[in-house]
Design a binder for this molecule. Structure first.
Ligand SMILES: [Fe+2]
Length: 269
């Protein structure tokens, strides 16, 4: 049985810096292999490789070639992890990139674009989301819980979601508290407000920031209940690969979840 909670359920990690030598993620093929082993042991079956795109440094055009080399390395070591192409796209490209440039950087060659949202303002994210939508793609904000305007005022994020068809992906280790109490608190506030669509590892190494999702799944079950946790951890990542619309789930507070659990116990369910 996988750590994902069932024999057939495996996690799909929709944000991971597993490709070596292109950004601040895996520093060598050996580190990539160690990351892959950790991911598989945690119940992750597929990873979307989302290296940072940096203008003038790495444009992602040779990603498929790099993924092929990694696939061969994993196969030699009998590591059954599927790799899918993606990218973490900087604000500058999200705000002004040509349609074809954006198309080449989507997750799994589909309709979703992962926008790098660290150190950004509300106006920048709103402009970028508008441009991405105009080009025909759907923006996913990478770790908005680490962005100052979201931490200060969740209302601004809700406004953005309501007006722009924007989706939110938070980082597993934010929930676990690796980035501090403030970011952890924002992550839980986002969950309770029903504005989290995805949780991903955003792993950069086989050490402190490793590809592990099972712990977040357990935290999510406690925070928003089994059903919402399953949407965030399994259903929505699968929908990205299939090119389907992401599901929105209503916010469920801790109190409501524990009340429901009590009733379920009382009713013998
Ligand atoms: Fe990232």
């Amino acid at each position: 049985m996988s750590a994902g909670g069932g024999p057939s359920l495996q996690f799909i990690d929709t944000h991971c810096h597993i490709v070596p030598g292109v950004d601040d993620g895996a520093s060598s093929p050996d580190v990539s292999l160690r990351m892959a082993r950790i991911a598989v042991a945690d119940g992750i079956g597929r990873i979307i490789a989302t290296s940072h795109i940096v203008e003038g440094y790495y444009d992602g055009s040779d990603l498929e070639k790099r993924l092929e080399a990694l696939r061969r390395l994993f196969a030699e070591d009998d590591v059954g992890l599927e790799l899918i192409a993606g990218a973490e796209v900087p604000m500058s490209i999200c705000m002004a990139g040509e349609k074809q440039v954006l198309a080449d950087l989507t997750l799994a060659d589909g309709k979703y674009l992962l926008m790098e949202t660290a150190d950004t303002t509300y106006d920048q994210v709103a402009r970028a989301a508008y441009h991405v939508r105009l080009c025909g793609f759907l923006p996913i904000l990478a770790h908005p819980e680490r962005t100052l305007f979201v931490q200060k005022d969740l209302g601004k994020l809700k406004e953005l979601l309501a007006n722009s068809d924007v989706f939110c992906q938070i980082t597993a280790s934010s929930l676990e508290g690796l980035f501090g109490k403030g970011i952890q608190k924002t992550s839980y506030s986002m969950l309770k407000a029903g504005v989290v669509h995805l949780v991903a590892s955003d792993a950069h190494s086989a050490g402190r920031r490793k590809p592990v999702l099972s712990e977040s799944k357990n935290l999510l079950v406690k925070a928003v209940g089994e059903e919402n946790a399953a949407v965030i951890m399994y259903e929505n990542p699968a929908r990205i690969l299939a090119g389907d619309d992401l599901l929105q789930k209503p916010a469920i507070s801790r109190q409501e979840v524990s009340k429901r659990s009590f009733l379920a116990r009382f009713m013998g369910k």
